[in-house]
Design a protein around this ligand. Structure first.
Ligand SMILES: Nc1ncnc2c1ncn2[C@@H]1O[C@H](COP(=O)(O)OP(=O)(O)OP(=O)(O)O)[C@@H](O)[C@H]1O
Length: 304
């Protein structure tokens, strides 16, 4: 797999607006013919067009030149490791840009990180080991994995991440992967969608978590706490904001007067420099405004 920037690739005659990249695509289709082809593509090239070009260049599409729909473009990370089938709108170059630097330039298949052309239904790994070390499954809850191991969990999260499924349940815990890009899953329609839904009916989402906590507090009259944890830059602040926005929106539905004001007041309190007393006051105020006066007056538990 080779990736070069636009000026080098353009030297071969490719008209270029911005960067173009050289992709080497390996074939697992037949013994005859070239084992790989090299394509010069723009950064935004979609998998559909790359696949069509690869099929044409490798001459496996039949006399009329069609047949791309018989094949899949697959990203391989680590030889013998998981293989990710690219959807038509996926952009192969963007995948490459997420690879380690050494894998973004001269890149023989034997060192992993490459694209593969394979026919539909061929799920065997390049090393002939069809079981492979990982089990790729698309499950919303990691507890549903048939094999629960670090490898299967990572493979599952990776597969979901590439399908823009950044949220995954692990029992009562919600795992969130930072997409580092805008995803259209935080609008009011989604809030409405998740409002009042039974757990497990919809894809995991931070709104489902907010809704569940609020419902539990209102209906069971018991204190709730949501702990958000992760490395720096993993998305804790964003997640807290999404939670607060969701809780705020739900308060519009008339669950409790003053809840919106209290929730929005939580922003400054979420800063780590504030004292335990401020945490306590915020949660106590939230509870008093939200729960009927007959409810328990004990403070909400919290972890920070
Ligand atoms: N769900 C998301 N959707 C889109 N972008 C996100 C999401 N979560 C995080 N990001 C991106 O990642 C960046 C870092 O996230 P954030 O500031 O929430 O991390 P953090 O865990 O609070 O970091 P720190 O602990 O250093 O304060 C954000 O500025 C945003 O660009």
């Amino acid at each position: 797999m080779n990736v070069t920037n636009g000026s080098e690739a353009s030297a071969g005659g490719e008209a270029s607006e911005g960067a173009t990249y050289v992709l080497s695509i390996y074939s697992r289709l037949c013994q005859d013919g070239p084992p790989c082809c090299t394509l010069v593509v723009p950064q935004g090239a979609m998998a559909t067009s790359v696949l069509q070009d690869a099929v044409a260049t490798l001459g496996v599409g039949g006399a009329e030149g069609g047949g791309a729909d018989l094949y899949q473009l697959v990203e391989v990370r680590e030889e013998g490791g998981p293989e990710f089938v690219l959807e038509g709108a996926d952009r192969p170059v963007e995948r490459v840009l997420l690879w380690p630097p050494h894998a973004q330039t001269q890149h023989p298949q034997s060192q992993g990180y490459y694209f593969l052309l394979r026919s539909h239904g061929d799920h065997s790994h390049g090393d002939g080991n069809s079981d492979g070390p990982f089990q790729e499954q698309d499950v919303d809850d990691l507890c549903s994995l048939s094999v629960l191991s670090e490898a299967s969990i990572l493979a599952t999260l990776r597969t979901r991440f590439y399908a823009n499924q950044i949220y995954t349940n692990a029992g009562g815990v919600l795992l969130a992967l930072n997409p580092f890009c805008f995803l259209p899953i935080y609008n009011p329609i989604h809030m409405k969608l998740y409002n009042g839904q039974r757990p497990g009916r919809l894809r995991p989402h931070v709104f489902a978590m907010a809704d569940r906590a609020l419902c539990a507090m209102l209906h069971r009259r018991s204190s709730q706490a949501i702990l958000i944890t992760g490395h720096s830059g993993s998305g804790k602040t964003q997640t807290a904001n999404f939670l607060l926005h969701c809780l705020t929106a739900l308060s519009h539905k008339g669950y409790a007067n003053g809840m919106k004001r209290t929730i929005l007041g939580a922003g400054p309190v979420l800063e780590p420099a504030l004292s335990e007393l401020q945490w306590y006051e915020m949660f106590l105020s939230f509870q008093q405004e939200t729960l009927p006066s007959s409810a328990s007056a004990r403070p909400l538990s919290y972890i920070c």
